[in-house]
Design a binder for this molecule. Structure first.
Ligand code: AMP
Length: 230
């Protein structure tokens, strides 16, 4: 089923998102106490298949783990690369796969034809916002620049307190080893605090990662100092 977002839908989504953001920022509750149930997970992964078969295989293992837990897949909506493989596996196993694709990429990325639902957005920004809204957590599999960009964006939103959902990656065959080393360097050089670094959950096994998401309690992370601390 294909659904095009109208301008008014986008406005409603934007207003909802910013009201929620304001509430999250200013309401005097302790974010540590929040534990959300996980009904849908957003997967970021390559529009290519990559060099190793293992990259796609772990995508299928993740698809199986999602379906067995009755968790919906939310993803970029393409029918190609690891993305397409994960969606195919979810659908084959009887799960739900929701795609979100910008109009301009629907052809280039070869939008998947058989998804449970396909949202077609006006822009890339709308795509990312809708994917974030539709999901209770985010996982990156191996992928290229688009995957990295999406992962870093959602991680920075967590760091800023725009959402309190778990973010992580599946480090298949050491694909993300060098990135993890670099992130520890960023920590050592004091450009990120330990609690911000720890927001990114790293595992090699999909079931273990999903268990951690199921028990996730968003930590209180403060990126900015208060006026009284200056
Ligand atoms: P890649 O990992 O480069 O194969 O891309 C994976 C997905 O990321 C594709 O569906 C892209 O549309 C998406 N993507 C999201 N944001 C961007 C961006 N800023 N540049 C390129 N691709 C992006």
């Amino acid at each position: 089923m294909t659904k095009c977002l109208r301008q008014s839908d986008y406005m409603k989504l934007t207003v909802f998102y910013f009201v929620k953001r304001l509430l999250l920022t200013y309401l005097p509750f302790n974010r540590k106490a929040i534990m959300k149930s996980i009904n849908s997970i957003c997967i970021y992964c390559g529009s290519s298949s990559g060099r190793l078969e293992a990259y796609g295989e772990v995508g299928c293992a993740l698809a199986k783990a999602l379906v067995s837990r009755n968790i919906r897949l939310v993803y970029d909506g393409a029918g190609i690369g690891i993305m397409g493989r994960v969606a195919d596996e979810v659908l084959k196993l009887g799960g739900q796969a929701i795609g979100v694709i910008p109009k301009a990429l629907a052809h280039k990325e070869v939008a998947h034809k058989n998804l449970t639902q396909l949202h077609v957005t006006e822009s890339m920004h709308e795509r990312k916002m809708l994917m974030a809204e539709l999901s209770d957590g985010f996982i990156a599999l191996p992928g290229g620049i688009g995957t990295l960009e999406e992962l870093f964006e959602i991680w920075t939103w967590a760091q800023l307190g725009f959402h309190n959902k778990p973010c992580g990656l599946l480090n298949v065959e050491g694909y993300y080893d060098s990135l993890i080393v670099f992130l520890d360097h960023v920590l050592a050089e004091q450009f990120v605090k330990k609690e911000q670094r720890d927001l990114l959950i790293v595992e090699t096994n999909p079931e273990v990662l999903l268990d951690r998401y199921a028990n996730y309690q968003a930590p209180v992370v403060r990126k900015w100092v208060g006026n009284d601390e200056i």
